[in-house]
Design a protein around this ligand. Sequence first.
Ligand SMILES: C[S@@+](CC[C@H](N)C(=O)[O-])C[C@H]1O[C@@H](n2cnc3c(N)ncnc32)[C@H](O)[C@@H]1O
Length: 411
Amino acid sequence: MRDPHRRSLTHVGGPVQTDGDEELARGLAEALDVSSSRDDEDAARAHVHGFHAYPARMHPWTASRLVQLVAERNAVVLDPFCGSGTVVAEAMIAGREAAGSDLNPIALELTTVKTRPRSDEELEDLVARAREIAANGDTRRKERAGATRRYPEDDVALFDPHVLLELDSIRSGIQQLPEADPAKTDLRIVLSALLVKVSKKSSDSGDAFTPNATKRLAAGYTLKLFVKKTEELAARLQEFTRLVPVDALLPRLATDDATKLRTVPGGRVDAIVTSPPYAATYDYLAHHALRSRWLDLRTEVFAERELGARRHYRALTSGEASDAWDAELDAFFRAAHRVLTPSGLMVLILADSAVQGKPLRVDDAVARVAARTGFIPLAKASQDRPHFHPPTEAAFRDRPRQEHALLLERG
Ligand SMILES: C[S@@+](CC[C@H](N)C(=O)[O-])C[C@H]1O[C@@H](n2cnc3c(N)ncnc32)[C@H](O)[C@@H]1O
């Protein structure tokens, strides 16, 4: 750090330790410090943010505060791990030129849908399309028409037969819309948002489904929910559109590997605001397997190159995992270095993880990798995050697990 200066500030979500440039660190601390109060939870679900579940979403307040801390108005802000599009949406609202990429195809579709401002007419058309598809599905249901395709065993186990048939009507109705129809991608995301809700899965967070969960859904319920969710999306998009400055550019979105950033020209990004995957913590491929299957998404490249994926770390010792994580961060930092302007800023939200009972302190990893990839650490803020995962609890017995906001400058 340029100005090493450790202190501890008291914040609503608990003390925040800061380090480095005092003013910047204070800004990071404020961005990181989102409590679990009712207000904060409401904000987390405000307008487009609350439409679709996504693991480890950034809190919109954190995204908004970070964008304002590191980027001037009209500056180019990139989130290369955009996930559900939180940073992209907040950068647009704050009047920045937003760009986002992710290697997970569902993330790209979701971000695309959530961050395109719409006219009221377009939103009315969207709801009308959903009603037509649902009405057609209802007719098929009453006529006892069969499915339009064969479904794998996984789907047969996951949905009640009548639910599967209604989903099939929705899926084939969306598929029949012309590619050029702007409602098509929106309705795919509506379908994605309701898949878990009508399945026998107990929640969106588990990778595996719970076979005993008893959800008894009435005939026609899934079709009605499809229309209701579309109306909800339309209302959320209308709210978002009103928050975005009228002269805002559409965000530049692409499917891209953050360790390559091939779609981003060199030296043009003023600031990167992002939350990379946490090492060995999530498995986004498995998490989205059901959605990817229903939306016919190609996930081969993501399967191979997902960063931090739990499945890739399972067989590693803690030492090997630490080296593997440094190498993954290293590749991302080099790509980030190439796309940033000469003194561009990068702010990362990351949490510590545990591998084979040992902590993987991500702020230390970032400091190591920054030193060898040409980044200068400017400031950091860290807040304790209780860890209730029994197999890895021991790793954080001596020093709690923390979430960090880390600000670096391109050297
Ligand atoms: C912590 S999540 C980001 C969540 C996001 N900030 C939000 O609010 O929704 C990390 C993201 O990294 C993506 N990812 C994993 N490996 C990647 C890679 N090699 N290139 C680009 N994105 C990747 C995952 O698909 C996931 O969306």
